[in-house]
Design a binder for this molecule. Structure first.
Ligand SMILES: NC(=O)C1=CN([C@@H]2O[C@H](COP(=O)(O)OP(=O)(O)OC[C@H]3O[C@@H](n4cnc5c(N)ncnc54)[C@H](OP(=O)(O)O)[C@@H]3O)[C@@H](O)[C@H]2O)C=CC1
Ligand SMILES: O=CC(=O)O
Length: 292
């Protein structure tokens, strides 16, 4: 792909970092965000603003969406002045939000019915990987659009997978985040158990980091959790949304997931405690609370 104009809808934690990366790599980027003020920093770095999702689609051959959840992803496409109003033959829409397969399929059908091309391409990796262009991209849908989008994915990620028909990217992302949410709960319980047993939590981190369970998530989040510091990299409300959607996928496929179900309860509890906008590691507060 020559450095064509790319549209970007949704400048939250992830969208802002990803759009900034595209600008840094020489792409012309036209941005839109529901809260317009979040466009300012991108404009300072050379982006243009589109008045609406439709205006962005009209201007750009390829547009990326990075929205919070299924309701937001659908609203940006189907509402007035949305993506669908401007999609026409040859336009490509790439939804990188984490949603369920049905949401993705509905968007795909509507866009292809108007002659456009669609792929879903949710990502694994958080704020820092987004800033560093180190995301893992889980794409599915129209293969031709995937191939055309590879220069974009090369900037945004360290590896992209093409997983076949629409829905497979969404499902893979939900499986991965279901595991991540369950791991975060087990990790939180271990930190509380160590503390209540008179052990040093920092020593537990050192022990974990030397063994077969060592991983970047424990390594990065552990020290901050011990300090009760939860600056949002991946908002807890989105992790709970992913657990909910993964459990629904388990319902559809009759897969029993008692560990994930328990983890979802902890994330729901954390939301009810007002922790939804903090990092998902704040579920640790819930575990501390339950253990008295
Ligand atoms: N943060 C992370 O580590 C990761 C997140 N993800 C996924 O990426 C997506 C974005 O996450 P993140 O950037 O963290 O989330 P944020 O909450 O930071 O941003 C959400 C974005 O969605 C927009 N939005 C929400 N509701 C609507 C709506 N009804 N209409 C239009 N726009 C809307 C917000 O607009 P506004 O600014 O106006 O509120 C904002 O641009 C989510 O699906 C998340 O699960 C995937 C991998 C990692
Ligand atoms: O979806 C979140 C992530 O870290 O990946």
């Amino acid at each position: 792909m020559e450095k064509v104009e790319v549209g970007f809808l949704g400048l939250g934690i992830m969208g802002k970092a990803m759009a900034m990366n595209l600008l840094r790599h020489g792409f012309k980027v036209t941005v839109w965000n529901r809260t317009v003020s979040k466009c300012d920093e991108l404009v300072e770095h050379g982006a243009s603003i589109g008045e609406s999702p439709a205006a962005v689609i009209k201007k750009c051959k390829y547009t990326i969406g990075m929205l919070s959840d299924p309701a937001a992803a659908l609203s940006v496409v189907f509402d007035k002045n949305g993506v669908l109003e401007a999609v026409s033959s040859g336009k490509g829409y790439i939804d990188m939000s984490t949603v369920d397969a049905d949401t993705s399929s509905n968007i795909s059908e509507a866009i292809t019915a108007k002659g456009g091309f669609f792929i879903e391409a949710p990502v694994s990796g958080s704020k820092k990987p987004a800033e560093d262009g180190q995301l893992i991209i889980l794409a599915a849908g129209e293969k031709a659009l995937y191939e055309e989008a590879i220069p974009l994915f090369d900037v945004l990620g360290k590896k992209s997978f093409f997983l076949g028909q629409v829905g497979n990217g969404a499902k893979m992302k939900l499986v991965v985040n279901m595991i991540m949410g369950s791991m975060m709960n087990a990790f939180s319980e271990g930190l509380v158990l160590a503390d209540k047993s008179g052990l040093s939590q920092n020593t537990l981190l050192d022990v974990l980091d030397l063994g077969g369970m060592a991983n970047p998530m424990f390594r990065m989040k552990g020290p901050a959790m011990i300090q009760s510091s939860y600056s949002p990299q991946f908002p807890l409300k989105h992790q709970q949304k992913d657990m909910r959607l993964a459990l629904a996928l388990g319902d559809e496929t009759a897969v029993s997931m008692p560990v994930a179900a328990a983890a979802n309860e902890a994330f729901k509890k954390a939301r009810s405690m007002g922790l939804g906008d903090l990092d998902f590691s704040a579920v640790f507060e819930t575990v501390k609370h339950l253990k008295g």
